[in-house]
Design a binder for this molecule. Structure first.
Ligand code: NAI
Length: 466
């Protein structure tokens, strides 16, 4: 007998588990199908969370080695990589268990195995031991996420040529690492291994870093990483990687034309984007067809098949855990007959490097392309007292506001812990704030957040701190 539910969700990552929990909260009977041994998907198991654990630990290691003496602290510092990896794994385990607890609390059934469509309203789940069961539901939500994109000629073996998963679990610090791709993954994980002692070279196709971020911030960020010792080879197309006795030989050539080059490294990290995960879903059984790039098209999370919904990386939009979470909640609310909604204009982006990069809303390039008249307010962290006394005064805040209405259109920051502060502008923009609203809001002194206010004051030219 098939088990019957109001909602079946395929995938237990940020899209899937948030959908499942919200469905439980709203009193729907719900099952979440996940083939991994733990819940949380890529983000919790091999993505956002473990990378932040290593970013945090490696930043402290570098601070202790390089900055303690200046602060008047004497310490002998050495690296214990197995312990650094263990504390990362412990955090991941605790957080995945936390989701299991939330599933129980909200009466979500976790069905272990790989899900595929059997026909309309039907999901067949194949367990590790090969046994199968069928679930039926009026509503099925696809939340299968994404996986690292591959590059022809660069064969990932998770030893010498790794993707993000392999780069999170290296057993020792490589002497040298080449990162292919100057996107968020490449620059975050490249930062980790550079801080721990690797010589890191980034080979990037474009002439700028972090696609999608404001170009001025991206350039300042690249300068900052260069100062820290990262080497950039921009405008280069990788053509192949060959494993050798000692490591890897990578070949690349200028995009603009010119002679090919090769470079050796102990480890190569492939970080050229992610692709939607639809393999093995048997979408044909419900008549859903992915687009040319493999994404499942949807209108307000509804696919072309009745009762089949989609959220997260596997459909269009930024491939970010918080976008998936918001879509998951809105999708379930629509299924439950409520008014679910996602504001795609206000989805922040963060690079968890040091300094951090954070942004929300439109970039200057987007505003120029659309012909929108805008004003700019800027404030450097060198003029912020808290950042200054903490010796972390690199970077700046840039606020873009509509020239006529003063409504905030975009905010872009490079600086200390700006990822923790961008939320202030997300809330302001959600409330359709003008830059003057932020400029006239009292902020505590001395804090880094004053730089956010000062940048807003800069839109009308009355910045005060210097
Ligand atoms: P990405 O798309 O952000 O960057 C990939 C880079 O690789 C691009 O700059 C591209 O021009 C370059 N590239 C592509 N082919 C190349 C070639 N043949 N040779 C040299 N360079 C080449 O992808 P990334 O960094 O892998 O991240 C994937 C997704 O995961 C992104 O959507 C990202 O936003 C998300 N993510 C977000 C995080 C966060 O929010 N902190 C952390 C990690 C990932």
């Amino acid at each position: 007998m098939a088990q019957q539910y109001d909602v079946v969700i395929i995938g237990g990552g940020p899209g899937g588990y948030n959908a499942a929990i919200r469905a439980g909260q709203l009193g729907l009977s719900v099952a979440c199908v996940e083939k991994r041994r733990t819940l949380g998907g890529t983000c919790l198991n091999v993505g956002c969370i473990p990378s932040k654990a290593l970013l945090h630990a490696s930043e402290l290691y570098e601070t202790a080695r390089k900055d303690f003496a200046n602060l008047g602290i004497r310490a002998t510092v050495s690296l214990d990589l197995p312990q650094m990896q263990k504390q990362k794994d412990d955090s991941v385990t605790a957080l995945t268990k936390g989701i299991e607890f939330l599933f129980k609390k909200n009466k979500v059934d976790w069905i272990k195995g790989a899900g595929r469509f059997g026909g309309p309203g039907q999901v067949i789940v194949r367990a590790d031991d090969g046994s199968e069961q069928t679930l039926t539901a009026k509503n099925i939500v696809i939340a299968t996420g994404s996986e690292p994109s591959r590059l022809p000629g660069v064969e990932v073996d998770q030893r010498r040529i790794v993707d993000s998963t392999g780069a999170l679990a290296l057993p020792s610090v490589p002497k040298s690492m080449i990162v292919i791709g100057a996107g968020i993954i490449g620059l975050e994980l490249g930062s980790v291994w550079r801080r721990l002692g690797a010589e890191v070279t980034v080979v990037e196709y474009l002439d700028r870093t972090i696609p999608g971020a404001d170009a001025e911030i991206a350039m300042a960020f690249q300068r900052s990483l260069t100062k820290q010792g990262m080497i950039f080879k921009m405008g280069q197309k990788v053509t192949g990687a060959r494993a050798t006795e000692f490591g890897v030989t990578l070949t690349y050539e200028p995009v603009a034309g010119g002679p090919a080059q090769s470079q050796d490294a102990e480890v190569v990290l492939l970080a050229v984007g992610r692709r939607p995960n639809t393999e093995g879903l048997n979408l044909a059984a419900v008549g859903v067809t992915p687009d040319a790039r493999g994404f499942i098209p949807a209108d307000h999370f509804k696919t072309s098949a009745p009762g089949v919904w989609v959220v997260g990386d596997v459909t269009h939009g930024p491939m970010l855990a918080h976008k998936a979470e918001d879509e998951a909640v809105a999708c379930i609310e629509l299924i439950a007959g409520k008014a679910g909604h996602v504001n795609y204009d206000i989805i922040p982006g963060v690079v968890y490097s040091a300094p951090e990069v954070a942004w929300v809303g439109k970039t200057e390039e987007e505003l120029k392309a659309k012909g929108v008249a805008y004003k700019v307010g800027k404030f450097p962290f060198t003029a912020n007292s808290r950042a200054k006394v903490n010796h972390e005064a690199e970077g700046f805040v840039k606020v873009l506001a509509d020239a006529k209405t003063d409504r905030i259109l975009g905010v872009h920051m490079l600086g200390p812990q700006v990822g923790e502060m961008i939320g202030e502008y997300c809330v302001a923009m959600e409330f359709a704030a003008a830059s003057e609203d932020v400029a006239r809001t009292c902020h505590p002194h001395p804090t880094r957040s004053e730089a956010l206010r000062q940048a807003a004051m800069g839109v009308e030219g009355w910045t005060m701190q210097a």
